[in-house]
Write a protein that binds this ligand. Structure first.
Ligand code: UDB
Ligand code: ZN
Length: 187
């Protein structure tokens, strides 16, 4: 699995590049990314293992964040329901495209952070509240599904990484806690 030392930090040009499309069948390197990235997320979400390996509990990790400029990201959004053991979204999304998006914006009440950004950048990050996402999985199978609220925010954050965009690019410079009028707050 990846460790914090493997994660590229803000300032590295790879985080600002447009990542290349991935071709199938996956190369050895691409398969390794998929495996190591999902393992990072799983291990980091286990409080004991998270501490043991000195990780930050993560919900998504995009390939450019480990220096691979390709359109892949692992996403593991835990279930919001306590007695539900399956995650609300778990997959390695490859060549993802947002095929449609709601006019309605949503933003996390707590703002956002990033595994590649060590400092705290306060402010709302307005995103689309609902998206239709199309992507390929590691087998090359195409999926298309609708996501809303938190899982939609996480996928938009990860897809931004594939386009060289970081969360704070979306924060209003003059007033960080100002979001478009009809923004839903997601906690
Ligand atoms: C994160 N984690 O992984 F609801 F188990 C953030 C960090 C930057 C704080 C580590 C996070 O939101 N943790 C979390 C939330 C839960 C349940 C849980 C863990 N990312 C991913 C990232 O940087 N990907 O590139 C930042 C998120 C901010 C909004 C969406 C992604
Ligand atoms: Zn990030």
């Amino acid at each position: 699995m990846y460790l914090m030392k493997d994660i590229v930090r803000d300032g590295d040009p790879v985080l600002r590049k447009r990542a290349a499309k991935v071709t199938f069948p996956l190369s050895e390197e691409d398969q390794e990314f998929a495996k190591r990235a999902m393992e990072y997320l799983e291990v980091s979400q286990d409080p004991e293992l998270c501490k043991k390996y000195k990780l930050r509990a993560g919900v998504g990790l995009a390939a450019p964040q480990v220096g691979i400029s390709k359109q892949m990201a692992a996403v593991l959004v835990p279930s919001l329901n306590e007695d539900d053991d399956q995650p609300s979204f778990k997959d390695v999304i490859i060549n993802p495209v947002i095929v449609s998006e709601s006019v309605q914006y949503g933003a996390l009440t707590e703002g956002e952070g990033c595994l590649s950004v060590d400092k705290d950048v306060p402010g709302y990050v307005p995103r689309h509240d609902r998206i239709t996402l199309r992507y390929q999985d590691v087998k090359g199978e195409t999926h298309q599904l609708r996501l809303k609220n938190y899982p939609a925010i996480v996928c938009q954050h990860e897809i931004d990484h594939l386009h060289g965009v970081l969360f704070y690019d979306h924060i209003n410079n003059d007033d960080p806690f100002k979001a478009p009028d009809d923004t839903i707050m997601i906690s």
